[in-house]
Structure formats: structure tokens, C-alpha cells
Design a binder for this molecule. Structure first.
Ligand code: IPD
Ligand code: CA
Ligand code: CA
Length: 259
């Protein structure tokens, strides 16, 4: 039995209950690869719950999960981000999500991003559109950068790596209506799907950050590519640009400007 979108929604909402229960509590916060790359016990609880839920019903499937890495199985692959927006969560900022995607034969088929603080469940099945709590989503039709509200994020090695996206941020800041930094890549993409933001880009992400949100944005009408304009935004070195096709072209032009 293959999972359905409803299956993903149910487990995402249940993981969301774990995140909501942990929100605002005292946390044991530890750093991972870099000083600002944090993990809390809630990330781990949410991931343990998701792994168990998937393994109980689909024991043969492969899983790529942020906190515990790759769990090898057959050609069906789940991408799990148990808490996207950990830095916000650890600081008591109520902007974070759980992100779950399901792929077959190398193609993401199902994606769900759940924001437990707003009870917003974004979902998409390939070829069947994108939804927010059951209501269809459509990207904005804003066709000029000067009228666009954009969103982005920054890698965890920003302190030491000059390839840190600050140059792109500066370029867009003086060409758009504004650039936001929400702190959850999965929600950034869903907000593009919902037309709340007109465009999103980011560099050096991980597949679990954007597998679900990328499908949701594209099913809502966004063109979603890597920074070179290619289709693959899940393989390293990962980068992503999402917007309606007209704005997407303008964003790629800015991203390829030097200086
Ligand atoms: C991070 C968030 C953030 C993005 C980072 C991600 P995490 O994920 O999505 O918005 O800018 O690149 O690593 O660590 O909170 O799951
Ligand atoms: Ca993430
Ligand atoms: Ca995470």
C-alpha cells in the first residue's frame, strides 16, 4: 500500500502536537555542525514519532530524516524535517513547521507542511494542485520585482563562509518591496504557494527543507528551479528559486549579476 496525502496530513498534524507541546518550554539546546545550527529535544521527539509512524505502516520504505540521517529501504523515499525553524522555536518565536514529503522513482509525489501554531496544513499531490486546510492555493501574479515581497534564508556557516547569500540579499533589498527572513524554508515555499510572498530563493539547503514545500509551490503555479534554472533543487549543491514564471526570470537575472 502506498501512502495517501491524507496519511501524510495525519502524521504531520500529530507531529505538530508534539511541537506545540514543546513550544515555550525550557529546552536543552545543543549545537550541531555550527554554533548557530541548533537542535532541541523536541526536534528529536518529533523525528522519533515520524520514523515510528512511517516504519509501522511502510517498513520497506527508505527515509531521509534530518536528525538521524538515511534509513535505507526500497525505491520509495520519505523526506522528513521534524521541526523546520528550530532557531525560531528555541527563541520562542512562533514560526516553525513539520515537513514531510514522499517520493517514488526519484520524483516527489506527496508533500505536507504543517504549521501547528496557526493550524495551517499546506499540502499537494503531484498533478492535483496545492491546498491550505483544503482550500486551493495559487501563487501571486506580481510580474515586476519592484512590486514583489520576497523571502530568503541563510546557511548555518554564514559566520565563516563568504558564500552566504548576503550579496544576493543586498541586491534584492534595493530592487523589491522587501525581503523577509521567516526562518522556515518549508513555510517560505508554502507562503509563495499561497501568494503571501511573491518569490523565494535560498542556497545550500538540505533536501528535507524543501522537498514538500517545493512540490506545494509548483502545484500552486510557481516555477521552482535551482539557481542555474535547472529542475533539480534536491541534489547538492542545493539551491532554489520559486516564483511565478515571469518573476522567476527576473529573480534569476538578479542572482546572476556580479558585484
Ligand atoms: C533551517 C530553516 C531556515 C533555513 C535554513 C534551514 P532547520 O532549517 O529552514 O529557514 O534558512 O537553511 O537549515 O534547521 O530549522 O530545520
Ligand atoms: Ca530544516
Ligand atoms: Ca529541522
Amino acid at each position: 500500500m502506498q501512502p495517501t496525502l491524507h496519511d501524510l496530513e495525519i502524521i504531520a498534524r500529530q507531529a505538530g502536537v508534539i511541537l506545540r507541546a514543546g513550544y515555550g518550554q525550557h529546552h536543552t539546546i545543543t549545537s550541531k555542525s555550527h554554533a548557530i545550527d541548533l537542535v532541541t529535544e523536541t526536534d528529536r521527539q518529533s523525528e522519533a514519532f515520524l520514523l515510528e509512524s512511517i516504519r509501522n505502516r511502510w517498513p520497506e520504505h527508505s527515509i531521509l530524516a534530518e536528525e538521524s540521517g538515511a534509513h535505507r529501504g526500497d525505491g520509495s523515499l520519505w523526506y522528513i524535517d521534524p521541526l523546520d525553524g528550530t532557531v525560531n522555536f528555541a527563541h520562542g518565536v512562533p514560526i516553525f513547521s513539520v515537513s514531510i514529503a514522499y517520493a517514488e522513482d526519484g520524483m516527489v509525489r506527496l508533500g505536507v507542511v504543517y504549521d501547528p501554531m496557526r493550524d495551517e496544513c499546506f499540502s499537494a499531490e503531484r498533478g492535483r494542485g496545492a491546498f491550505l486546510n483544503g482550500q486551493p492555493l495559487r501563487v501571486s501574479q506580481t510580474d515586476a520585482l519592484g512590486r514583489a515581497l520576497l523571502v530568503t534564508g541563510f546557511p548555518y556557516d554564514t559566520w565563516e563562509n563568504p558564500d552566504n547569500n548576503l550579496d544576493n540579499f543586498a541586491r534584492f533589498a534595493v530592487r523589491s518591496q522587501g525581503v523577509r527572513r521567516l526562518g522556515s524554508a518549508a513555510l517560505d515555499l508554502c507562503y509563495v504557494a499561497a501568494g503571501r510572498f511573491d518569490g523565494y530563493w535560498e542556497i545550500r539547503l538540505k533536501p528535507w527543507d524543501v522537498a514538500a514545500g517545493g512540490l506545494i509551490a509548483s502545484e500552486a503555479g510557481a516555477l521552482v528551479t535551482n539557481l542555474q534554472g535547472g529542475k533539480d533543487y534536491l541534489s547538492p549543491p542545493q539551491s532554489i528559486v520559486a516564483a511565478n514564471p515571469t518573476l522567476h526570470a527576473q529573480m534569476l537575472t538578479v542572482l546572476h549579476q556580479n558585484g
